[in-house]
Design a protein around this ligand. Structure first.
Ligand SMILES: [Zn+2]
Length: 419
């Protein structure tokens, strides 16, 4: 049954048009919207008087495996650098995950993402001792809540050949029947044979790679010492940057040559400025490739708009300034990535209804300014995900969110006890 949104003020994804009227939302897979004179008889109708309707948001780089990390116990000793943060926090956490915890992570993230206005997650997953079935578990959980997804398993040699092979097996099994990417953790934990194998695997499935790039200087140091080149040079030589589906996350510690390699490549870049601040690793300067950057949350949270605002503020110093219009383009670029690569689940019938009653006028020209300075997750009223009402007045409609979150808290306690 199509949904009709009456009295809706609709602002398109590019912030190029603003129109008020009745919107008919297709319930077809990959469907869109159209303005109609009247809601058709029998359609489910939602009165959007006083509200803004716009395409829902998407997250370009997430870590669902950290979905139960909020408030977890501190590590046994305080990390003093980025690699120690990985070793003492995230790699201890991901090794403790089992399938029940992974499912709970995915439910926790999906519910939060939806309440923050997103209907699509590009995820980078690791669970070294529960790799088998993990991507399938995450996909099922996101499907239940109503989110589209583009998943991968972060392959690595960091935990030895058995864990590496389990990740490879899960990647291969998943890509047989789902859209997805081939994940790699980062250059410094990926051997030459694994890198070659991963690129071949991505080519075989006509997809791209998803990898952390120069998040910290340590990635560059290891690469120079072990591969006699810099990280982007290594990935470029291996063919990682040839796919327009490839995502390079972070890209902070680059030299001029690496910047121009990325600028001339097919690859896209995911920015996570809050995570970068949390880890004290520096900040992205995207001036060499401004049209490639999209916004992720890196497992910190699932608020894409909040992450875009943080990137916008960071860019004022790190990138010599940024306009709200450019920040809006960066926030929305993930849709261009998904659409140009023909990934499914982010079509025109994904919408967020914002209960946003501002003290100043909204025009099509100043909408990016409202997004950067005014709109927040608090204004997300309802969500239509692939033509279905998935969030109604801040409550999930496709799942029992209270029961799922109760289970999340139980799984979090199990996880924390294992740490
Ligand atoms: Zn990440």
């Amino acid at each position: 049954m199509p949904i009709a949104l009456t009295n809706a003020t609709y602002i398109d994804r590019q912030a190029e048009s603003m129109q008020t009227g009745t919107i008919l939302v297709s319930d077809e897979p990959q469907g869109g919207i159209e303005f109609v004179d009247n809601a058709p008889k029998g359609a489910d109708t939602i009165d959007c008087s006083g509200k803004i309707v716009t395409p829902s948001f998407a997250i370009a780089h997430h870590h669902i495996y950290s979905g139960l990390a909020r408030g977890m116990p501190a590590p046994p000793s305080t990390p003093t650098n980025f690699v120690e943060i990985l070793e003492q926090i995230w790699w201890r956490l991901d090794k403790a995950l089992d399938q029940d915890m992974i499912r709970a992570c995915a439910h926790a993230v999906a519910i939060d993402a939806l309440k923050c206005g997103s209907t699509f997650i590009i995820d980078h997953h690791a669970s070294p001792f529960a790799a088998a079935g993990s991507l399938h578990t995450i996909a099922d959980a996101l499907d239940e809540v109503g989110l589209g997804h583009l998943l991968c398993y972060e392959l690595s040699d960091r935990d030895g050949p058995d864990c590496r092979d389990a990740g490879l097996q899960e990647t291969q099994d998943f890509l047989e029947h789902h859209q997805g990417l081939v994940g790699l953790h980062a250059s410094f934990t990926v051997s030459e044979p694994l890198l070659e194998f991963a690129v071949d695997l991505a080519n075989k499935h006509d997809t791209g790679l998803h990898i952390h790039v120069a998040e910290d200087e340590a990635d560059q140091k290891f690469c120079l010492e072990n591969h006699n080149c810099r990280v982007v040079e290594r990935l470029h030589n291996a063919g990682v940057l040839e796919s327009p589906k490839t995502i390079l996350a972070h890209c902070i510690h680059l030299d001029d040559n690496e910047r121009s390699i990325i600028a001339d490549s097919e690859a896209w870049v995911a920015q996570q400025s809050e995570s970068n601040q949390n880890n004290a690793v520096g900040a992205l300067d995207a001036r060499s490739f401004p049209d490639k950057v999209m916004i992720g949350t890196d497992g910190m949270h699932s608020d894409a708009l909040g992450a875009a605002r943080a990137a916008y503020l960071m860019a004022q110093r790190e990138e010599g300034g940024m306009s709200p219009f450019d920040a809006h383009n960066r926030f929305r670029r993930v849709h261009d990535y998904l659409e140009s690569n023909q990934f499914e689940g982010d079509s025109g019938n994904n919408l967020v209804i914002l209960d946003y009653n501002p003290p100043t006028p909204i025009t099509i020209d100043n909408w990016p300014g409202h997004l950067m300075y005014g709109v927040s997750r608090a204004h997300v009223h309802s969500i239509i995900a692939q033509g279905r009402l998935a969030l109604d007045n801040s409550r999930c409609t496709l799942v029992d969110e209270d029961a799922l979150l109760e289970n999340c808290r139980e799984q979090a306690e199990r996880l924390w006890e294992k740490l």
